[in-house]
Ligand binder design. Sequence first.
Ligand code: ZN
Ligand code: ZN
Length: 419
Amino acid sequence: MIQHRDATSVLAGQETIRTWQEHLYKTVHQHPELGHQEVETAALVADALRGFGYDVHEKIGSTGVVGVLRNGDGPVVLTRADMDALPVEEVTGLPYASTDHATDRDGVVVPVMHACGHDVHVACLLGAASLLAETPDAWKGTYIALFQPAEELADGAEVMLDAGLADLIPKPDVALAQHVLPFPAGRLGVRPGPFLSSGDSMRVTVWGRGSHGSMPQLSVDPVVLASSIVMRLQTVVSREVAPGEFAVLTVGRVEAGSKSNIISDHAVLELNFRTFSESTRAAIVAAIHRIVEGECAAAGSPKPSTYETYDHYPVTDNDPDVAATLAAAFADHFGDSAFAIDRQSASEDFSEIPDALRVPYAYWGVGGIDPAQYAKAEASGTVVTDIPANHSPSFAPVIEPTLRTGTAAAVVAALAWLG
Ligand code: ZN
Ligand code: ZN
């Protein structure tokens, strides 16, 4: 359990690091990089870690960076931050807003923005790494600061593992991570058990028979077939998942045809689904297959459908002991600002790292919204319309107290094992 004294002495340096930390945050925010392209960000991170005295491994997988700081015998704590940005055009109007563009995986030039706040995670973890390096007398053990590429592409953790991450670092006793979320800055929350849902995408291609629009009797119309599938899929969550059990199934994209008077020969549906339990996930996958096959049979589809799954995120399922340790440490340090956070329907690939390394983990949320702005929106019942959430082109975490809280959270969490 954390000793309050240790956190206080480590965090005494927070005012000293504030200037460079804020400068680094603004630099990363202004120059966001898409997944696996985080070259400048990774170089900045690696240079900083070396400056703090960490052993640094770079270019793990693609742009992954790990810093290891050994400080005597004791537990090994790994904390992870993700580094990638999104193809979103920033409209925050901030003086340090991004106007950068980049070429995405499909070769398309897109605007880039840190719309998910991963720049906050980078700045906070570097801040914590620096504070721990400056106060070796306050703790014992090994601190691993891991900077992951491409969380938004669902394969950043995977490429680091495939590149031999396990052989580069000592085996952690615990793995930790945090995300900035749209609640008041200065607050933070953790919970035991499932915290972030699993997320999966699936591309389904169904086949009809093409014909002239004036001769439907010669066709099997894939537009009608796809429409039946879309409607029937709406019953999966409403009729097949138990009330109270969380699930989302969205048909995000439907594509068929080229012209009003041509009946095309196929349709493509892109689905996304999220759950908190593996059994619900399996039931949804089975229902999708059953409905697609059933509707294809009913339509007289001439060719087997194809299914392609992609962008899989596992459930982020906080270890109860780790989460309890964190909750106690946060309550001790942050008082009422620490709370028991609700489950979130967002998804993350962080847990692939502790799962592969066979270590327990927990993941928590820190607020990023100006508390006064949030209170005003709450009072007028306009949180939904006035408070931009992650992935919005208006998402603009307030620098303080967001960085101070996220940095302190990473330090307090680490010291719960190392203090
Ligand atoms: Zn995101
Ligand atoms: Zn994110």
